[in-house]
Write a protein that binds this ligand. Structure first.
Ligand code: FEO
Ligand code: CA
Ligand code: CA
Ligand code: CA
Length: 617
């Protein structure tokens, strides 16, 4: 039976223990199926070959790597979270890649590196195309069979968006001088999206994918070439001056398909090179999962930073659309967008995201907070201070937030809105760089290895408000160094570190996913937490129980249920990243390379309750 509203949602399962083991554990009475590991063809046909043997084109027609944020779109759905619970599009972000698991010749690469070495000073174009095609987003039709197992179902609308897919640039930066390139001299288009971490779902039932650690895919050699310093729109985001993450620019004679990742300047005219290519990354990208002909759109009014994801406030007829997004880097910020035009269910579409005000959060020590507008001409954001127009403010969102005096946070990751009371929660995953002198009320620990969850209530419960009140819901960590709101005790059933994924189900259960970094798992101060896990919390009482533990080397990220809440999808990203010995695939053939050989692969877990009940009850 349902718990009284005053005590929050019912949590009915028995907590699973902390686990250092190379396996998936869920509570008694639950079952797990592994679905769509990297390399699964979208066609529904068997792969017929290992991931290492697949061509670039085959990877481009198959599920990508490093599953992250995700949503289930019921097949006949018109409204978010309504419609079929047995058939729909699973839309999955692919954050990055593990090259040593992708190319036959790279299997012997050193563990925990994840980077592709240059051979003879160059990259092979086919391998680079394969890596490009393993990035982006999968839109894949899945359905539940008569046997209760889920499988890929053929649908011509299933498709891949990759790091090469043509995209529109919309909003205030469309056509701006800072996004004009040799590919798009008028600054309206760009190829691809990379490092798609978490996601969001719009009130008009489209998917938003967030570009997080995109800067490392590019490099700027201007300093090496003894030209002036890096432009601020490169420097403030950490565009490398040495090698890029995967050396995609290092295909000899490869043409601009690859050279575009070298964002050095070659002369006076920006449309003769790719110096501005990187300015078309760092955005939120809207994808219509039901229309394969709809070009993805980069919505620039939402700002440019290391977007972790986006979460929308509840849409209300006649009121602005409101969405929140965190910038996941140490000492970066939490933002909110409020649309200029009101929401109207009958006509709402992505253009609502092209006009509005982007705000950044300031958390005061007294538990109040304010949203500071990042609007050209307001406060310090003037031409005299180097912001000539709103396009410059948005391309340089971090600098604009610096200028207005926002609060520097401990790596903002996912946000979620409690459906019961409208409060907004954000995970702050950790920040070991914070010093004693840099502590503040919202980020209270120096050398913060464990993270916290902050929450706020907008003034008058209006998501468009410019003031709020806040507190810390959770200070993560071991017993004695941590607490949960409501003074629920921290114990072996609920202790966690490095909260990252965050989602509320329709009953108001809060699901928390952890991301202890690969190099820290099972080591030092993080050792007591075991492998990364997913927990379920009651936000009213603070009662929290561990629901799932994952295998070695992975992070648990991405969670959604079917509308009936009886099937839950959860992603396991980069299993085996820390050790060549990790072999989560053991005993689960479809989590290995599709032909049963190879390496541990990212995949989606399908979790059901054996009695057919609602997940978490
Ligand atoms: Fe991709 Fe901030 O996690
Ligand atoms: Ca990740
Ligand atoms: Ca994350
Ligand atoms: Ca993370």
């Amino acid at each position: 039976g349902a718990a009284p509203a005053a005590s929050g949602p019912a949590i009915g399962f028995k907590a699973v223990p902390i686990s250092p083991n190379d396996t998936v554990v869920v509570p008694e009475g639950y079952s797990v199926q592994v679905l769509i590991p990297q390399g699964t063809p979208l066609s529904g046909e068997p792969a017929g070959k290992s991931l290492g043997a697949m061509t670039a084109a085959e990877q481009g027609a198959a599920v990508g790597a490093h599953h992250d944020g995700m949503h289930f779109f019921p097949i006949e759905g018109r409204e978010p979270d309504q419609g079929s619970s047995t058939d729909g599009f699973l839309v999955v972000n692919h954050e990055y890649i593990e090259p040593r698991f992708m190319h036959a010749r790279a299997v012997g690469m050193s563990v925990g590196n994840g980077r592709m070495p240059l051979t003879g000073g160059a990259r092979d174009p086919e391998e680079v195309r394969k890596e490009i095609n393993a990035h982006g987003v999968s839109i894949v039709r899945i359905a539940k069979g008569a046997d209760g197992q889920w499988a890929v179902k053929a649908d011509p609308r299933s498709r891949r968006v990759t790091a090469a897919t043509p995209m529109e640039i919309s909003g205030p930066v469309r056509g701006h001088a800072l996004v004009r390139t040799k590919y798009s001299p008028d600054g309206t288009r760009v190829r691809g999206t990379v490092n798609n971490c978490a996601h969001g779902v719009t009130p008009w039932n489209t998917y938003m994918t967030a570009e997080e650690n995109w800067a490392g895919y590019f490099r700027n050699l201007d300093q090496q070439d003894q030209k002036p310093n890096l432009p601020r729109e490169h420097a403030r985001y950490g565009v490398p001056t040495g090698q890029t993450r995967y050396n995609w620019d290092q295909v000899q004679g490869g043409g601009d398909e690859f050279e575009r990742f070298n964002v050095s300047s070659t002369g006076a005219d920006a449309t003769q090179d790719y110096r501005n290519e990187v300015n078309a990354f760092g955005w939120l990208v809207e994808i219509d999962p039901f229309n394969p002909n709809a070009m993805p759109v980069k919505r620039t009014a939402l700002g440019r930073f290391a977007h972790e994801g986006i979460v929308f406030g509840p849409a209300r007829e006649g009121r602005p659309v409101v969405a929140y997004s965190g910038d996941d880097s140490t000492f970066e910020y939490i933002y909110k967008f409020v649309s200029a035009r009101p929401f109207a269910r009958a006509t709402a579409n992505g253009s609502l995201l092209d006009e509005g005000v982007l705000y950044v959060a300031k958390f005061n020590a007294d538990g109040t907070g304010e949203w500071l507008p990042l609007q050209h001409g307001v406060g310090p954001l003037t031409a005299a201070n180097g912001f000539a127009d709103q396009g410059e403010v948005l391309v340089n969102t971090r600098l604009a937030a610096d200028a207005v005096g926002a609060t520097k946070m401990d790596r903002p990751e996912w946000g979620a809105v409690d459906p019961r009371d409208g409060r907004v929660y954000f995970t702050l995953t950790n920040n070991s760089r914070r010093t004693e002198a840099q502590r503040d009320a919202a980020n209270p620990r120096a050398q913060n290895q464990f993270g916290q969850i902050i929450r706020w209530r907008e003034a008058n419960d209006d998501h468009a408000a410019t003031r709020f009140t806040w507190d810390l819901f959770l200070i993560a960590g071991p017993e004695g160094n941590s607490r949960i709101a409501g003074n629920a005790p921290v114990n072996a059933d609920n202790m966690l570190a490095c909260p990252d994924g965050l989602w509320f189900d329709a009953d108001g259960r809060m699901w928390i996913q952890t991301d202890i970094g690969e190099s820290e798992q099972l080591r030092g101060a993080l050792a007591p937490f075991g492998n990364n896990a997913m927990l379920c919390a009651n936000p009213v009482t603070g009662e929290t129980r561990r629901f799932l533990t994952g295998p070695n080397g992975q992070e648990v990220t991405g969670v959604i249920t079917t509308p009936d809440r009886r099937t839950m999808f959860v992603n396991l990203q980069h299993p085996g990243a820390t050790t060549s010995a990790a072999d989560w695939a053991a005993g689960r053939p479809n989590s290995r390379f599709p032909n049963g050989e190879g390496a541990p692969l990212s995949a989606t877990l399908v979790i059901t309750k054996n009695d057919g009940g609602i997940i978490g009850t």
